[in-house]
Design a protein around this ligand. Sequence first.
Ligand code: CO
Length: 627
Amino acid sequence: MPRLQIMDTTIRDGQQSLWATRMQIGDMLPILPKMDRVGYWAIEAWGGATFDTCLRFLDENPWERLRSIKAQTPNTPLAMLSRGQNLVGYKHYSREICNRFIKAAKRNGVHVFRVFDALNDIRNVVDNAEAIKECGGHFEGAISYTMSPVHTLDSYLEYGQKMKDLGADSIAIKDMAGMLTPYRTERMVKAFNAEIGLPLHIHCHYVGGMAPANIIKAAEAGAAIADTAHAPLAFGNSHPAVEMIVAALQESRYDTGLDLDLLFEIAEYWEEVRKRGHYKRGVSSLTHMKVYSHQVPGGMMSNLVSQLEIQNAGDRLPEVMQEIPKVRAEVGYPPLVTPMSQIVGTQAVFNVLTGKRWSVVSKEMKDYICGYYGKAPGRMDKDIVAKVVGNSEMLPPDVAPGSLVTTTYSQVEDEIGDLAKSEEDVLMYALFPNEARTYLSKHRTSEKVDFLMEQESSHTKEDDYVDINQIRELVRVAEESGVGEIVVEEEGTRIAVRMPGTLSSDAVAAAAPVAAIAPAPAAPASAPAADEPDRPANWYAVTAPMVGTFYTSPGPGEPPFVQVGDEVAANQTLCIVEAMKLMNEIAAEEMGTVREVCLEDASPVEFGTVLFYIEPHGAPAPAPETA
Ligand code: CO
């Protein structure tokens, strides 16, 4: 039965690769009944970044999204992408949370679970696999494909065998960076069919344009399933277009049997959505074509570009691209897939922007180097390990990193309390505590307040401005219901409203085109505002090395790293600046006394915002100059 089956990725990987996962459920629902008639092997609809983005940017309940999609696609299995022990988040969750999350996904509509680990460390897949088998889902074990001196065909086969031993129903070769070539694909598919013998699913990002040829070679070599997206969300960093692959295989023994006319009808719909939302097409630029040297996956590339733009450093992309392979080699060649793509990418950004390699290191990078993400595929650079690890402890190699997380469901349930109305709510909170708390509080409040929030959540759309009488009404209602201060800012005749403290820094950054709601840029350290107090000349300012959110403590409810008057050692952590989804620890340059903490916890910061003033020890302070 050599017919090639197709999984559609339009509403998950397609939009994640091209549209930063900003597609809303309202854009999907009208076309789903038609997509349900196509006869795809599955529709990939959930997981990856969709869960996070629903909460963080779209004010959507990710579980509700899943249920709505399933209601419209009764005849087609839905698939999700799980990041192994990280599920749909960015850190390890306990075995119990994994187990419950997978089962909740199953009962809300997922059937196919594609599970990968960024490091191909099987220990990070075990808990997912166990839960999927227990609830009767389809366990697809995915191999994170990359190229390096330590990633050989044998190493992939060995990993494939381990997934088979865990009960995998199929194996996916996940080529997130578009690095497979037609002949490499053929060799891999043949070897997997011969040695592992499970249905093989091929997932090649288009990137430099090689994916269609890979899929054809894979079909010839005996692959069972291939991933595609509808043309308006295909190409570039996304997948090959389904319309193209279906046409290419017609009149061959691999003919997909899908109805090309129906596929084009669906594509027309997506083209309308694309135009209406002013979304970009997938395009393969020269930077994409250089994937064979920089190995940066599609999803990561669009993130890097937007993050560099937020840091006002869009022109430094070429330098960052050159830095990425260096960083990767130094830390043992991790495949560049979430979360390693963010961790390595952000390190490269820091190395370029600070001009001092490895001077700022994210907590996540440090944890990776210490072994808390899993085993690095290759050897790491000793000097960098020594510099980054310092006095911290390395994880012994025989301890599975996920086993260190022992959070129980009932602990999480107690923590969120009445805000959670279901197991799904509790799990949402277990994965994204801040976002889930905001979401759940917002949606349980009275109707009056909901009305307010409606206005707030729509402020990033240009045409959603409310008029002055509505604003007055909103302010009045807000005051009466005691929900706090309303910020009313004028921009010409248009007015934007927001509730303070409800936006993450990312949301603020995303809203930046509306000047009225962007945070006022902080004065750079070198040019203090005129009304700043005079400080002794030897005090030094610790400034934000990036745009992000300033946190005084390691987590909510925990004591601050430092307070005014504290003595600090050189390299001691002062605070965290969260940027690019990573918690970046900012350390003191030298020994001294904290004289000022300049910002409130959770304040947004710009590049150069002063965070602390420190009086260094050693040199006595000269008398302050008179003003
Ligand atoms: Co992908």
